[in-house]
Design a protein around this ligand. Structure first.
Ligand code: TMP
Length: 216
């Protein structure tokens, strides 16, 4: 059986992550990989309960540190009950958001009220340890376009979609900085095109960086 990979998708609101993760999971299944499609915050019973706490309610409900701790609590539960288990069974795991979202949202989204890089990294080292994705796809598009799409899809909007343009501009900058700092793990994909073109770009990256290297 082929060894599985851990692939994460990151980016701002409305950048098409869910659609592209689904299509990539189909692609992996066709290649003979057994694939688990999951998301954060969530992806396990406990983490889905925590998700409700962070995505619903008033915008200012949590400060950045409380929010980051909730995200990492959810992440730990997700790793233990879903991600590590599936990888141990040789499955490929595709995850809609992971720790780069905590770095972008709680680290940098709130500008001077954010935690910054070092604090989020310290939490990561404690909770996740040396484990990291084999590949992270960062979906990039102008924030106005992404927000418009997100709000069209979901009229009731989650807390983060209501956070204002400056917050979302900080996020976009943060994701691009993360990609610059770790170019071996991360690849930025232009998310403004049509669904098939974007999926093609993603599959080319996956072939080059993971499949042609013959697995781990
Ligand atoms: P989703 O709508 O993309 O599924 O994600 C729910 C929201 O949670 C999204 O607006 C981004 C936010 N989020 C964080 O703020 N920090 C995190 O670590 C993660 C995983 C998500």
């Amino acid at each position: 059986m082929a060894k599985g990979f851990f692939i994460t998708f990151e980016g701002g609101e409305g950048t098409g992550k869910s659609t592209q993760t689904r299509l990539l999971a189909d692609f992996f299944e066709k290649q003979g990989y057994s694939c688990v499609l999951t998301r954060e915050p969530g992806g396990s019973e406990g983490a889905e309960e925590i998700r409700n706490l962070v995505v619903k309610g008033a915008v200012g409900r949590w400060d950045a540190m409380t929010e980051a701790l909730l995200m990492f609590a959810a992440r730990r539960d997700h790793l233990v009950h879903t991600i590590w288990k599936a990888l141990d069974e040789g499955k490929t795991v595709i995850c809609d958001r992971f720790a780069d979202s905590t770095m972008a949202y709680q680290g940098f989204g709130y500008a001077d009220k954010g935690l910054g890089q070092q604090a989020v990294q310290t939490l990561y080292d404690t909770v996740v340890g040396n484990f990291k994705p084999d590949l992270t796809i960062i979906m990039d598009m102008p924030v106005e376009k992404g927000l418009e799409r997100a709000l069209k899809r979901d009229a009731s909007s989650n807390r983060y979609e209501r956070m204002g343009l400056d917050f979302h501009r900080n996020l976009r900058r943060a994701f691009l900085t993360i990609a610059e700092q770790d170019p071996v793990r991360c690849a930025v994909v232009d998310a403004t095109g049509d669904i098939e073109t974007i999926q093609n770009d993603i599959q080319n990256i996956v072939r080059k960086r993971l499949l042609e290297k013959g697995g781990k």
